[in-house]
Design a protein around this ligand. Structure first.
Ligand code: ADE
Length: 248
């Protein structure tokens, strides 16, 4: 799989992809990441990528010609794989674990980083397949959002996490869409706070039950909206009923 990122700040990406899992996945040939300067698709002497908005108002808008030219030169032709063109913008659909899994199934993701007050809408009409937002928060540009998308997708690619860890054990997928349970390591007591006994006892069935219930309780307390998408067993339902009853 490969990512091609189009940005007016290519240097921004010199750090985030040089560490940890993304670095390893690149070195292992699991993923390729190309970072491209939008200005290289301008034809004027000053490499202008933005202009004032028609109709007036504050800020500048990214011009359509360089972005469309960038997509047309970077996007893989259909015979070379499945490609998707994504614009990062706060107006986009919310990026979540399911979206990450979906993007991981493409051969190429072209990421256009939005900037300034916006992007000429004809870019969206002409070449963008999807607009994605990483949350209901306004960033100064789409670069950080693009990093979030790359990170979330790369760790799902087979082989990128190594054998000792699996993405299927994360929050939102491991416990079937629940938040993760708490974790502890040594020492067994820290500042008077003890690790729960069950984790020290070595009974794997009890530990699994404890973890499942912690995940259920946390999700109910912190993100009850997530419970709607979770496949709950009879034990889960009984536990949640008890929890709700004792909380009243
Ligand atoms: N650009 C600015 N804010 C953004 C957000 N929340 N998600 C994606 N791109 C953005």
């Amino acid at each position: 799989m490969r990512f091609d990122i189009v940005t007016i700040f290519p240097e921004f990406f010199s750090g985030p992809f040089e560490h940890g899992i993304i670095r390893r996945a690149k070195d292992a040939g699991i993923v390729g990441v190309g970072v491209h300067d939008l200005r290289s698709w301008t034809s004027d002497r000053h490499h202008v990528v933005d202009d004032r908005p028609f109709g007036g108002g504050a800020g500048m808008v990214l011009k359509p010609e360089p972005l469309v030219a960038a997509v047309e030169s970077l996007r893989l032709p259909p015979e070379r794989g499945r490609a998707v063109v994504v614009l990062t913008t706060p107006q986009g659909r919310l990026f979540d674990q399911r979206e990450a899994e979906r993007l991981a199934s493409f051969d190429q993701v072209v990421l256009l980083c939005g900037r300034y007050e916006g992007v000429d809408e004809r870019v969206v009409t002409a070449v963008v397949d999807e607009e994605l937002s990483i949350g209901d928060v306004v960033l100064s540009g789409g670069e950080l959002a693009a990093c979030v998308v790359v990170d979330a997708v790369v760790r799902l690619l087979p082989g990128s996490l190594g054998c000792e860890h699996s993405a299927s054990e994360d929050s939102f997928s491991g416990h079937g869409g629940l938040l993760d349970c708490p974790h502890y390591t040594r020492p067994a007591e820290f500042r008077g706070i003890a690790v729960p006994d069950v984790l020290l006892g070595g009974n794997h069935a009890e530990i699994a039950t404890w973890r499942r219930r912690q995940a259920l309780a946390r999700t109910w307390q912190r993100r009850p909206d997530l419970l709607e998408g979770v496949d709950l067993g009879e034990d889960d339902k009984r536990f949640l009923e008890e929890l709700k009853a004792t909380a009243k």
